[in-house]
Design a protein around this ligand. Structure first.
Ligand code: SF4
Ligand code: SF4
Length: 447
C-alpha cells in the first residue's frame, strides 16, 4: 500500500491545485462580467487572424528587437517545455518513468529541444533581470511600478530560473541513474531521452550512490511540478495572467480604425440639429429613441466600463510600451496609460473582494478620483499611440474617453478651456469666440 503513497499524494496535490485554479478563474470571469455589454462577435475570421498574428506570433513584440526576441524565447520555451508537464503528470499519477519514452527517436528530439530551450530561457531571464533591475530603463522606473508590480515582475523571473534549474538537474540525475542501470530508471531499450545540456552537469553527480541520486531526482521532480502548479495559481495575482488572457484580449479587441470614436446616436443627432442653421428647433429629433440614452453617460467606476475594458485590465502585462510612446507622459504630464490599466485592475479587484465577502459594493471609493485623477484624464491628447504600441490589443484611450464623457456629460466638469470651446461651438458653430457674421472679417482685413 505504501508504494502507492507518492501517487496518491501527487493526485491530491494536483486536484487541490486544479480546484484552486478553477476558483480563481470563476472570480476572474465574474469580475469581468461586472462590465457593461459590448458586441465583439463580428468578423470572426479577421479576429482569429489577428489573434494568431499578434498573440501567438507576437508580431508587435519585435518592434523592440532585444526585449521582443528574448520574450519570444521565454514564451516559446515556457509553452513547449510545459508539454513535458503532461508526461510528468502521467508519470506522477501512474507511477511510471518517462511514459512517452516509447516514442524513441522522436522522444529524444523532444527532450533535447526542451533542454536547449530551458537553457535559452535561463539566459533570457537573467538578461531580463539585469535590464529590469540594473540598467535604469525609464519604463521600468515609473512610479506605478513601485512596490508589488516590481516584486511581481522579479518573482516570476526567480520562479523561471528555479524551474529551469530544477528541470535540468532532474534530467541530469535521471540520466546518471539510467547510466548506472538503476531499477525503475534504466530501460532495456537503452537510454530514454537525449540530454544535450544536462549532460554537462553529470560531473557534479559522479560518485554519488544510487540512493542519493534518487533522492535528488525525486526532490527536483516534486519541486518542479509543485512549482508549476504554484505558478499556475499565482497567475491570478500577477501581471503574468497575460500568458492566458492575451489570446482572448487580442481576439476581442477593437477592429475599427484607430481614432474612430463611438458616438451616441441621440447626442449626435442633437448636435447635428444644433449645427444646422435650417433646422426646425421644435422638430422631433430623428432616430436615437429613449432606449439609446443610457442611465449614466460615460464611466466613473469599473462597472460603467465594458467587459472588454475589464478583460484588458487583467491582460495588461505592465510592459510600459504604451507609456513610453505617450506624448503626454514624455512631456512630463502625470498621465501614464499603463497606470490607467493598472488602476482599473486594482479597483476591479477591490470591488470583487467586496462581492466575495457578500458586501454591497461601497460607493465611498470609485475609479475616478480615488485611482485615476482628472489631471491624468485631461492630459491625454487622444493620439492613439498607446493603443498602437500595445502588444496585446489593449485600448487605454477608450477608458480615458469614457471617464471624460462622464465628467463632461454627468458632471459638466470639463476644464475651463474646453468649456469655452464647447460653448463657442454651441453659440457660434465654431470653437472661436466670434459671431458667425464676423467670421470672414479677417479676409476683408487682408484685402
Ligand atoms: S492616446 Fe492619450 S494616453 Fe494614449 S498615448 Fe496618446 S496621449 Fe497618451
Ligand atoms: S496597456 Fe499594453 S502596452 Fe501598456 S503596459 Fe499594458 S500591455 Fe503594455
Amino acid at each position: 500500500m505504501l508504494e502507492f503513497l507518492p501517487q496518491v499524494l501527487f493526485t491530491l496535490v494536483l486536484i487541490g491545485a486544479i480546484i484552486f485554479f478553477a476558483k480563481n478563474v470563476s472570480s476572474l470571469k465574474r469580475n469581468i462580467n461586472l462590465g457593461r455589454d459590448v458586441d465583439r462577435t463580428d468578423q470572426k475570421d479577421k479576429r482569429f487572424k489577428k489573434m494568431m498574428r499578434v498573440a501567438l506570433g507576437q508580431s508587435k513584440m519585435v518592434a523592440r528587437p532585444i526585449a521582443g526576441i528574448l520574450h519570444i524565447i521565454v514564451y516559446v520555451g515556457f509553452v513547449i517545455i510545459n508539454i513535458e508537464v503532461l508526461e510528468i503528470i502521467i508519470d506522477g499519477v501512474a507511477g511510471t518513468h518517462r511514459i512517452f519514452g516509447f516514442l524513441g527517436p522522436v522522444y529524444d528530439v523532444l527532450i533535447a529541444s526542451f533542454e536547449v530551450l530551458a537553457f535559452l530561457v535561463l539566459v533570457s531571464v537573467i538578461v531580463f533581470w539585469i535590464r529590469r533591475n540594473m540598467m535604469n530603463i525609464r519604463r521600468f522606473l515609473a512610479r506605478e511600478l513601485k512596490g508589488w508590480p516590481k516584486n511581481d515582475a522579479n518573482n516570476i523571473l526567480y520562479f523561471e530560473v528555479v524551474l529551469m534549474v530544477l528541470f535540468l538537474t532532474m534530467n541530469a540525475t535521471d540520466y546518471q541513474l539510467q547510466l548506472l542501470g538503476a531499477s525503475h530508471y534504466a530501460s532495456d531499450a537503452g537510454i530514454v531521452g537525449s540530454f544535450p545540456i544536462s549532460q554537462f552537469l553529470l560531473p557534479i553527480f559522479d560518485g554519488m550512490s544510487v540512493g542519493t541520486l534518487i533522492v535528488i531526482e525525486r526532490a527536483c521532480w516534486w519541486l518542479h511540478i509543485v512549482g508549476i502548479l504554484i505558478f499556475l495559481n499565482y497567475l491570478y495575482y500577477s501581471k503574468h495572467l497575460h500568458i492566458l488572457l492575451a489570446f482572448p484580449n487580442v481576439y476581442f479587441s477593437n477592429l475599427d480604425q484607430l481614432g474612430k470614436f463611438k458616438n451616441l446616436e441621440a447626442v449626435t443627432n442633437e448636435v447635428k440639429l444644433m449645427m444646422d442653421p435650417n433646422a426646425d428647433p421644435f422638430a422631433e429629433p430623428e432616430g436615437g429613441d429613449e432606449e439609446d440614452i443610457p442611465e449614466k453617460f460615460g464611466a466613473s467606476d469599473v462597472q460603467d466600463l465594458n467587459w472588454f475594458q475589464l478583460l484588458s485590465a487583467y491582460t495588461c502585462t505592465e510592459c510600459g510600451r504604451c507609456t513610453s510612446e505617450c506624448p503626454a507622459n514624455q512631456t512630463g504630464k502625470k498621465l501614464s496609460p499603463r497606470k490607467i490599466m493598472m488602476d482599473t485592475r486594482d479597483r476591479l479587484e477591490e470591488v470583487g473582494k467586496q462581492i466575495d465577502k457578500g458586501e454591497e459594493v461601497s460607493t465611498d471609493k470609485q475609479l475616478l478620483d480615488d485611482y485615476i485623477t482628472r489631471e491624468e484624464l485631461w492630459a491625454c491628447t487622444t493620439c492613439n499611440a498607446c493603443v498602437d504600441a500595445c502588444p496585446v490589443g489593449i485600448d487605454p484611450l477608450s477608458i480615458i474617453m469614457d471617464m471624460r464623457q462622464y465628467l463632461v456629460m454627468e458632471q459638466s466638469a470639463a476644464p475651463a478651456e474646453l468649456n469655452n470651446a464647447m460653448s463657442n461651438i454651441e453659440n457660434n458653430s465654431a470653437p472661436w469666440p466670434y459671431n458667425q457674421q464676423d467670421r470672414l472679417d479677417w479676409a476683408k482685413e487682408e484685402a
